[in-house]
Design a protein around this ligand. Structure first.
Ligand SMILES: Cc1ncc(COP(=O)(O)O)c(C=O)c1O
Length: 415
């Protein structure tokens, strides 16, 4: 009997020791991975992500209050009078109402949600636009988007089974209004997606010129314009170019913005806005156990992201975002001017924090996580830097000094 107990005790001891060892191995693996990303974060130049996230205090609050063991879900309409039980709808509504005026929407005529991502916002824009036009005209729309717009728009047109016309863009990446006019099918409603920051070159479609084309065709049965402002919609409201993202001034119906880009939310999220008229002309699903006619695409929606947005509004807000936007614009201009001074081929669109240039060596591309592109019109192989909050002047100088060495050696070899 004694021997049996001894064996059991030994087995328990070895099992516990093995578990502790496995746990510390797991932890070591995770910590190693964190170390790697902390280093890479400093030179993460090629993608539109704010690596100066300021959510540490949010996480402290979240865990210290025990929110980490409360499972919330924002299924339902955050703008409804009655928030859904066990949701953060109250905060989501405040987030939408805080941002609405920055995108030119009046508080008594706005509907919006915190989305899962920029793509989710585009999905709503395209779906709402298509349903709105069908409801108003009883005709299926044709969707138009430039060939330099983010691929999510083409994917979503496919997913939503829409007839899509991809319009040629000019060298700098803007949809060509004359090409749009040529492609316009005036017998069917037009659902136009404006690229507000094409992904590689950072071009903004000329909304005034495209609106002028639409105005020249009063025979069009209906028009809906959605703005894909994933990155630019974050910082433009805090610059002198804020009118560019105003629904009232630029005459668009809906707009989508990413939360993890300029705003620095640490995982995918976003914002979507439209007017009440658009929201009222959607397909309803009356779900009695939720708080109203379900018109948004997903049922379950994240309840934590609205809290993070709310936190940032109260801890960053207008002042911090204005400073950050200004720093980004200044640093982007600095990068471009320094490249030019070196005689290094480079380009930048107006209003853009993206500078694209002749692609450097693979070593530099990797070290600085540069995004790569290709365009014969600019000599072929290209790369870009998206100047976000963490891409400071000091880091730009370091990159430039490394690039200069390469460039000089190349020029010497060519001479
Ligand atoms: C212009 C544009 N639209 C849409 C997206 C997709 O946004 P998300 O990654 O938030 O889904 C991106 C992402 O980089 C983008 O640059």
């Amino acid at each position: 009997m004694k021997i049996k107990k001894l064996i059991t005790a030994f087995a328990a001891f070895f099992f516990t020791a093995a578990c502790i060892q496995a746990q510390s191995d797991d932890l070591a693996k995770l910590n190693e991975w964190v170390k790697f990303w902390k280093e890479r974060q400093q030179t993460y130049f090629g993608y539109p992500v704010n690596e100066c996230s300021t959510l540490s205090d949010f996480y402290k609050w979240y865990t210290s209050t025990g929110m980490d063991v409360v499972n919330l879900n924002n299924a339902g309409n955050p703008m409804a009078d009655e928030p859904f039980a066990m949701s953060s709808h109250v905060f989501e509504k405040e987030v939408i109402e805080f941002f609405a005026p920055y995108y030119g929407y009046d508080l008594d005529n706005v509907w919006g949600i915190v989305t899962h991502s920029g793509t989710d916002g585009n999905n709503h824009g395209i779906y709402f636009g298509s349903n709105y036009l069908k409801n108003k005209t009883k005709l299926r729309p044709v969707m138009y988007v430039s060939d330099e717009a983010h691929y999510s728009n083409m994917r979503l047109a496919d997913l939503q089974n829409l007839d899509l016309k991809i319009i040629k863009s000019d060298d700098m990446g803007r949809m060509i209004p004359e090409e749009f006019e040529k492609a316009l099918d005036t017998s069917r409603p037009a659902l136009v997606v404006y690229a507000m920051g094409s992904t590689f070159k950072g071009a903004i479609d000329d909304m005034n010129a495209i609106n002028a084309v639409l105005n020249r065709h009063p025979e069009l049965p209906g028009v809906y314009r959605h703005v894909d402002a994933a990155l630019f919609g974050g910082y433009l409201p805090f610059t002198e170019y804020r009118y560019m993202v105003s629904h009232k001034i630029m005459n668009f119906e809906s707009i989508a913005i990413s939360g993890h880009k300029f705003f620095g939310i640490d995982s995918p999220s976003g914002l979507f806005f439209c007017t009440n008229d658009i929201y009222e002309n959607q397909v309803n699903f009356n779900v009695t156990y939720l708080n109203g006619n379900m018109r948004m695409i997903s049922c379950s929606r994240d309840a934590v992201q609205p809290l993070k947005f709310w936190w940032l509004i109260h801890h960053n807000g207008l002042e911090t975002w204005t400073k950050q936007a200004q720093q980004m614009m200044e640093c982007a201009a600095y990068l471009k001017s320094q490249l030019k001074a070196m005689g290094y081929p480079c380009w930048q669109n107006e209003y853009s924090n993206t500078v694209f240039f002749k692609r450097p060596s693979q070593a530099l591309v990797e070290k600085y996580t540069l995004a790569q592109g290709y365009d014969e019109r600019f000599g072929g192989e290209l790369a870009h830097i998206v100047v976000m909050q963490h891409v400071t002047k000091e880091k730009i100088d370091k990159f430039l000094s490394e690039l200069k060495k390469e460039w000089k050696a190349q020029q010497k070899a060519a001479a």
